[in-house]
Structure formats: structure tokens, C-alpha cells
Design a protein around this ligand. Structure first.
Ligand code: G
Ligand code: G
Ligand code: MN
Ligand code: NA
Length: 254
């Protein structure tokens, strides 16, 4: 209740911030992108993570204006990076179910991309299996529309839903994000190792790129590299951090 009543004001008062977590190309070790992860600077509670307010924002409808803000800010960042020698860096944004099934998303993206002239391929939208499957036909249409504009589409938390394989067929995608639940025990659990290796092989055979989430150790990174996983994200490389922290990392030599 405390959070909900403050949440609408928070957007007006500029209390949200995009944290960024680096995404690494495994072959080169280079920072090739970032995932935008929303944070709320609550005046009394301090930094509040999305797990605490996204569900409330979804319930109350605030997720739509908040999602608009996130996309606007994301395109601003791409524009900024272009001007500072980081024009190759991609930015991934999480979409909520309400955003996917609403009507304003494509128009907003068109307007943001035309007004800045940003290469649409630098923007990636992450959709979870569960959000996509709430209305599969509608999601299918949306993903087609996004990709026809050159915007990249990734399936988040891959492998945790109920129909992972069926929507590889249903949806046009660019990338899958292997959920960190499979990566965690990759070194000790032979089943997880097999699942991850097979998922990478399957994705590649379908022409999709693969990023592994939650990579925390060198051994996990080595395993993923040996299985030709394209990219990785996790505490081993960087935690979600401020814009300044991310830019310093992205500008440093690999
Ligand atoms: O770092 P982490 O605790 O930030 O993120 C927790 C969850 O919140 C992740 O599953 C992520 O998908 C979600 N999340 C982070 N930022 C956003 C956002 O801008 N919009 C939506 N819809 N979800 C987000
Ligand atoms: O959208 P998604 O659920 O994938 O958001 C990523 C979430 O995973 C965020 O909450 C982020 O803080 C968290 N995260 C990112 N890297 C790591 C990691 O290496 N280990 C763990 N345990 N969590 C991570
Ligand atoms: Mn995500
Ligand atoms: Na995820």
C-alpha cells in the first residue's frame, strides 16, 4: 500500500533510474551491449528493485506510462552512446505483459526511432515466455511488427515456461536468453550441462543467437564458450550498475 500510493508520484518526481548490466561477447570478451534494469529511488526506503514494484505497477496500470519512460530513456542512452564512441553498444529493455498486449508500443517506438535516427538493431526488446504466452497470436503479430522494423527480439528466462519449444516455432526471434537457473549448477549437474549445451545447439540450428544469464564464475564462462554460446551476462563480468559505471566498462579495452 505504501509503495502503490507513492508509485504514481514517483514517475512525476523523477525517482526512477535505469541501471545497466553489461553483456559480453564470449569470444572476444568485449562489452557488446547492456540490459536496462529499472530501479526506484524511494525517498524513505532507498533503492527499491523491480521485483517489489513491477507487479504493483502492472496491477495499477502504471506500467504503461512507466514502460513508456523506460523506452524513451533507453533510446536517449543509445543516442548518447553514439556521440561518445560507443555507437556499437546494444541496449536490451524488458517488456511487461501489459505493454505487449496494449496498443501504443509500436507507435511510440516509431516516433522515438525516427526522431533520433537510432539504428533499430541497437534496440532489443526482451519478452518473457509467460508474457508472450498470455496471448500467443497477438504476441506473434507484435514480434513480427518489431522485427520488420529491424528491432531485435529476445526471449527472456528461456526454459522456465511451459511451452518453450512450441514458441520457437510460433515466434520470430533473434535471441534467446538462457535462464540463470540452468547456468547456476552447470559445472556440477550433468543434466544442466546437457540442457544448456543442447539449447545452444538448437538455437543456433534455428538461426538464433544465445546469451546465458547469471554467469558468476570463470568455469561457467569457459563451459559456455566451449559450447559456442555467443554472449554472457552476470556478476562475473559486471553487476547491474549506474550509467557511469557501465560506460567506463564499455569504453575500457577488453
Ligand atoms: O536486477 P533485477 O532485480 O533488476 O530485475 C528483476 C526483474 O525485474 C527482472 O526479471 C527484469 O526482467 C524485471 N525488470 C527490470 N527492469 C524492468 C523494466 O524496465 N520493465 C519491466 N517490465 N521489467 C523489468
Ligand atoms: O530480466 P531478468 O529476470 O533476466 O533480470 C535479470 C535479473 O538477474 C536481475 O534481477 C539481475 O540483478 C539478476 N542477475 C544478473 N546477473 C546475475 C548473476 O550473475 N547472478 C544472480 N544470482 N543474479 C543475477
Ligand atoms: Mn531480462
Ligand atoms: Na531473465
Amino acid at each position: 500500500l505504501l509503495l502503490e500510493s507513492r508509485l504514481w508520484q514517483a514517475l512525476d518526481q523523477g525517482e526512477f533510474e535505469l541501471f545497466l548490466q553489461a553483456q559480453i561477447e564470449l569470444d572476444s570478451g568485449r562489452v557488446i551491449g547492456a540490459e536496462a534494469l529499472l530501479r526506484w529511488h524511494h525517498p524513505e526506503l532507498g533503492l527499491v528493485g523491480p521485483d517489489r514494484f513491477i507487479p504493483i505497477a502492472e496491477e495499477s496500470g502504471l506500467i504503461l506510462p512507466l514502460g513508456d519512460w523506460v523506452l524513451k530513456r533507453a533510446v536517449q542512452l543509445l543516442d548518447r552512446w553514439r556521440g561518445m564512441g560507443l555507437g556499437h553498444v546494444r541496449l536490451a529493455v524488458n517488456l511487461s505483459a501489459r505493454q505487449c498486449h496494449g496498443t501504443g508500443l509500436l507507435a511510440q517506438l516509431d516516433s522515438l526511432l525516427t526522431s533520433t535516427g537510432i539504428d533499430p538493431a541497437l534496440l532489443e526488446l526482451e519478452i518473457t515466455e509467460s508474457a508472450a504466452m498470455q496471448d500467443p497470436e497477438r504476441s506473434r503479430g507484435l514480434l513480427q511488427q518489431l522485427r520488420s522494423r529491424g528491432i531485435k527480439v529476445a526471449i527472456d528466462d528461456f526454459g522456465t515456461g511451459y511451452s518453450s519449444l512450441s514458441y520457437l516455432k510460433l515466434f520470430e526471434l533473434d535471441r534467446i536468453k538462457i535462464d540463470r537457473g540452468f547456468v547456476k549448477d552447470i559445472e556440477t549437474d550433468p543434466d544442466d550441462a546437457v540442457i544448456v549445451a543442447a539449447t545452444i545447439g538448437l538455437a543456433h540450428a534455428l538461426g538464433l543467437e544465445v546469451i546465458a544469464e547469471g554467469v558468476e564464475t570463470q568455469a561457467q564462462a569457459s563451459f559456455l564458450r566451449s559450447k559456442h554460446c555467443d554472449e554472457a551476462q552476470g556478476y562475473l563480468f559486471a553487476r547491474p550498475g549506474t550509467l557511469a559505471e557501465f560506460e567506463a566498462l564499455a569504453a575500457a579495452p577488453a
